[in-house]
Write a new protein. Sequence first.
Length: 156
Amino acid sequence: MLTIFQKGQLPKRLHELQQMSLFVGLTRREMKIIDGFMHERSYLKDEVVFDEGEEGQGIYLILEGKVLICHQGQADTPIAVLEAGNFFGELALLDDAPRAAQARAAENCTLVILFRGDFLSLMLSHALIASKLALQLARHLGARLRKVVRSDLGPL
């Protein structure tokens, strides 16, 4: 829900989202439109956000708290620990493949979700905004891929 705000001042949630790399280059107006497609959820410590093997439904953005990305049953050896300002599950916006890992709340947290269906609706109703978001997503995935390739190659 958007609150009434003074000119030049964004509501807290929008301000936090706009700080994320996924939304670089978006205007306040564009952020307000995207926010209308988002869904906020709270998770308790140790609660599963999604399981490995589940169908991906959307991308998750961390507003507060920490999330563990791990293989099922291996929360004590996480693949990653993500904090506020990070996002995960982004491949779900692009394909129907099952989740490659489990996401679990490492502490109480607040997440904002953009479901694939809402992203598709955004593409139909606001193509320019969706294309800006898709470009940032592609840049993020490219950077992640380059990092993996570099680590696999070792020192050159």
